[in-house]
Design a protein around this ligand. Structure first.
Ligand SMILES: *[C@@H]1O[C@H](CO)[C@@H](O)[C@H](O)[C@H]1NC(C)=O
Ligand SMILES: *[C@@H]1O[C@H](CO)[C@@H](O)[C@H](O)[C@H]1NC(C)=O
Ligand SMILES: *[C@@H]1O[C@H](CO)[C@@H](O)[C@H](O)[C@H]1NC(C)=O
Length: 186
């Protein structure tokens, strides 16, 4: 009996040592608690599409104007948008929400922008908002911006959104694919 007890004690200690030596999960290996993918469509006012436009230049450098995006990589332009969000890449699909906020072109040498916007949902599928902010080096194939919060169904959301330019038509229309990975979900 002594031997049996000895062995079970050893086994218990072995289990204990195992549980204490479990590695801390690596940040890069974390798994999102929620993943969502959407598209949004931006039609910039260009002087003759007031009916159709979903965004407008509201600030421009003194050497430019608010009708046409400025030269030098649009540096200094600030655009306000209220864009439809769809589940597929079709501009004419039924919108599931609105992408609302601003982008600011913030570098003369290359096209790059700073984004601050919300996805606003009010459907049977999703109610609430997801808030995004971050640098968008838009010539890169994919860019990560931060998910900095949310409300409603997305209360306290935190994570990363990967942006991809899915289409681009001159300086009038672009479509972004947004892959949202939340690492905090309530
Ligand atoms: C609105 O503009 C977009 C982008 O230029 C275009 O694809 C679409 O056909 C336009 N819609 C209408 C109704 O003019
Ligand atoms: C705005 O700037 C563009 C490009 O320089 C020019 O073609 C256009 O006439 C300007 N529009 C106004 C209203 O000043
Ligand atoms: C959401 O939709 C409902 C039903 O259409 C409407 O009554 C409500 O005012 C909407 N809420 C917001 C914040 O738009």
């Amino acid at each position: 009996m002594e031997a049996k007890r000895f062995i079970s004690t050893i086994f218990f200690l072995f289990l204990l040592s195992k549980s204490y030596s479990l590695p801390h999960p690596k940040k890069g290996a974390r798994i999102p608690c929620k993943r969502l993918a959407f598209y949004f469509h931006d039609i910039i006012y260009n002087g003759n599409n007031a009916k159709n436009a979903t965004s407008a230049i509201v600030g421009a450098p003194a050497w430019a104007n608010k009708t046409i995006l400025a030269g030098q990589s649009h540096f200094g332009d600030m655009v306000v948008f209220d864009d439809p969000i769809t589940l597929d890449n079709n501009l004419h699909s039924k919108p599931v929400g609105r992408a609302q906020g601003i982008y600011i072109y913030d570098k003369k040498e290359i096209f790059t922008a700073w984004l601050a916007f919300s996805f606003v949902f009010n459907s049977t599928e999703h109610k609430g908002s997801i808030n995004f902010a971050g640098a968008d080096p838009l010539m890169s194939k994919t860019r990560d911006i931060s998910v900095i919060g949310g409300t409603g169904d997305f209360l306290m959301a935190r994570g990363v959104a990967t942006l991809m330019t899915d289409a681009f038509e001159g300086e009038v229309y672009f479509r972004l694919r947004v892959d949202i990975k939340l690492y905090e979900c309530w």
